[in-house]
Design a protein around this ligand. Sequence first.
Ligand code: HPA
Ligand code: ZN
Length: 347
Amino acid sequence: MPQRFEVPKDQLPALLQAMPKAELHMHIEGSLEPELIFALAQRNGVALRYPSVEALRAAYAFTDLQSFLDIYYAGASVLLTEQDFDDMAWAYLLKAKADNVVHTEMFFDPQTHTERGVPFEVVIKGLSRACDRAQAELGVSASLIMCFLRHLSEDAALKTLAEALPYRQYFIGVGLDSSESGHPPEKFARVFAQCKALGLHLVAHAGEEGPPAYILAALDVLHVERIDHGVRCLEDLKLVERLAQQGTALTVCPLSNIKLCVFKTMPEHNLKTLLDHGIKVTINSDDPAYFGGYINQNFLATFAGLDLDASDAYTLARNSFEASFVPDTVKQVWIAQLDSAFAPFAS
Ligand code: HPA
Ligand code: ZN
């Protein structure tokens, strides 16, 4: 039985912001704010196509995933040194702390950087330095998931995995991102099999723009533990039943889905329907600097658009802990904190 809570409507936004939560789907390169892009471009002598912060921000009008990715990869071109990666991740981790994120599993795209000649070691050392500092200074638990770019070949992914192996202790798992359509999960079967044998956690973007068949292939061919996005599962009710029954989490990113035109408006988003089907849904920010908000803004906009209530808030936050890649003992500590935050509202 799901737990029930009642909160006066005007107090719900404060509870959404204050409740402890985990973030399981965010791309650290997607947290680069235009101001930081310009600061790093100046520090590194990198030329940008846009004359000002305002002009860059004005270009954030996307029609689909690819129109976003083109700008996202251009933004990442300012990252050159370990300090740059540290600065970027630290800026996000401060935002996460402010949003009461107690645990975050951050994606990074090494190929976006190694293809430009930035060594893998520079990327991972800078990011992990910020993660260590977040634990020490903010009490925020932060880990890294290395994503393969699906528009590149599987051989390129295998090469990246080989480059990453000396730094195995710095990341907890692997994912699959970038242009989905035309790049089905099967393309990466061999590299994911190797990652599984290495004991890495496995996730993949599937069913954001791609069909339900991509979600099935992510489960059955790649053997992923969570599906990133997955919102198109509703086109296959047998798949919906399976996801609910298995307890496979979907890391849904509502503001991203609106910005990339997966749904026209928030009231049309299917997150509530997914919850009603018993799927383990979580709310995440994806690329917060590009999509109009960090995790709490995603919660606020989703709750306003879909008229969700305090019981949904509890479920979503609890799901974020249950679906995280930490030991059960740690999950229980955070769930106890969540229970305390909701105790005054139990009905
Ligand atoms: N989808 C696919 N690839 C991505 C995304 C996304 O939303 N954000 C960054 N890389
Ligand atoms: Zn994503």
